[in-house]
Design a protein around this ligand. Structure first.
Ligand code: ATP
Ligand code: SF4
Ligand code: MG
Length: 352
């Protein structure tokens, strides 16, 4: 699989003021929203980025799309170091890396028709053809790609005349108008009716296969990652804590946080559970304590205050990515997988 987009050591700190006292004292605090995130997106593969609210998933997507400047770290498209905002190379980057948002209604202008939105995307990216007929063909091709057929039924409608699922398909079609290589989909189905989620996920999978897109699929719902993604990455409090093949990560999770996520998912075998889950994704609803403040994140492993397996070293030493078992590419940032700890545990009891 060809690596299309990679990020190395991606970090985003937001300076913020909290409350009147900060304002009066002119004090800035730093939100450690994303720290040292490394990932690769490959052609024709879906990578899920999973984590609870506030873990930094959207910030990662915004950094990858270069909507936000990063505090530090590197982003590479086909191995080339990312370009400076505003330049020609940056425009090429912005064309190849497209974003899809949670709320298709907010991302489509209500006063314009579908034809307008798609024409604009095609024209901006130079894919609208030279004649009216070529443009019309390109519009039809886009709507057909997202299974809104016959296209003429949709082209002259306004966003409010479509259902939520149809609007999200239009938003996807608009992204495809750029002829991208990467789609960053930030919770693309979480605002849709449960009954139509699967259809939109299947569409994305179809695009991955036909257009060989590299897709980052951001979600709260680890069950849908198993169904839909080839690879799954788990984030906790701004850091990546586990990664590997989706089947392995969801069936044999290694990191205590991933285990908690899976235990608190109402129905791990279907994505039908995700509606209730989305309605109840605040940490208090899930049990097991709250995520830490990102202004003063816990030292060592950020999960240690909530972790049932925490050891002394976890409170001071940051765990690196450690290989889990024999599964190809499965890793966890957790001291339980330190080779010495594993060896020491082996003679007495097995965790299984
Ligand atoms: P959700 O699942 O709710 O969408 P998320 O995983 O996408 O959450 P982010 O939106 O990336 O999380 O936010 C990560 C952290 O960064 C949060 O603590 C958030 O408050 C903070 N944050 C995000 N954007 C900003 C900003 N522009 N200024 C200050 N803090 C921010
Ligand atoms: Fe728990 Fe320690 Fe592993 Fe962190 S490093 S998840 S605190 S066992
Ligand atoms: Mg988000």
């Amino acid at each position: 699989d060809t690596v299309v987009l990679s990020a190395d050591g991606l970090t985003k700190h937001f300076p913020v003021r909290r409350g009147l006292a900060d304002l009066l004292a002119r004090r800035l605090r730093v939100v450690h929203a994303v720290d040292d995130v490394t990932l690769t997106l490959r052609r024709g593969r879906v990578t899920a980025l999973v984590g609870e609210s506030g873990s930094g998933k959207s910030t990662v997507a915004r950094l990858l799309s270069q909507l936000y400047p990063r505090t530090s770290g590197e982003i590479r498209l086909h191995g080339g170091v990312s370009a400076v905002r505003g330049g020609r190379a940056f425009r090429a980057y912005a064309r190849k890396v497209q974003m899809i948002f949670q709320d298709p209604f907010a991302s489509l202008n209500p006063v314009h028709t579908i034809r307008y939105h798609l024409t604009r995307s095609l024209r901006i990216h130079g894919n609208g053809g030279r004649t009216r007929a070529e443009l019309e063909d390109a519009l039809h091709a886009l709507l057909t790609r997202v299974h809104l057929t016959p296209p003429e039924r949709y082209l002259d409608k306004f966003p409010h005349e479509l259902s939520g699922g149809q609007r999200q398909r239009v938003a996807i079609a608009r992204a495809l108008g750029a002829n991208p290589e990467v789609l960053l989909a930030d919770e693309p189905v979480s605002m849709l009716d449960v009954s139509i989620r699967l259809g939109v996920l299947n569409l994305l999978r179809d695009l991955k296969e036909r257009l060989h897109l590299a897709i980052l699929y951001i979600t709260h719902d680890i069950a849908s990652a198993r169904y839909f993604a080839d690879e799954t990455l788990v984030m906790y409090a701004g850091r990546m804590v586990e990664g590997g093949d989706s089947e392995t990560v969801t069936q044999r999770p290694a990191h205590p946080y991933t285990r908690l996520l899976i235990e608190s998912a109402p129905d791990p075998d279907t994505i039908q559970g995700s509606a209730r889950k989305a309605a109840a994704h605040t940490p208090e609803d899930r049990g097991g304590g709250e995520p830490p403040s990102l202004i003063a994140p816990p030292a060592g492993c950020r999960f240690h205050p909530r972790c049932p397996a925490a050891m002394t070293r976890c409170t001071t030493e940051l765990p690196p990515r450690l290989t889990v078992g024999d599964a190809d590419g499965h890793w966890a940032a957790c001291w339980l997988f330190d080779p010495e700890t594993v060896a020491a545990a082996r003679p007495t009891a097995s965790a299984a």
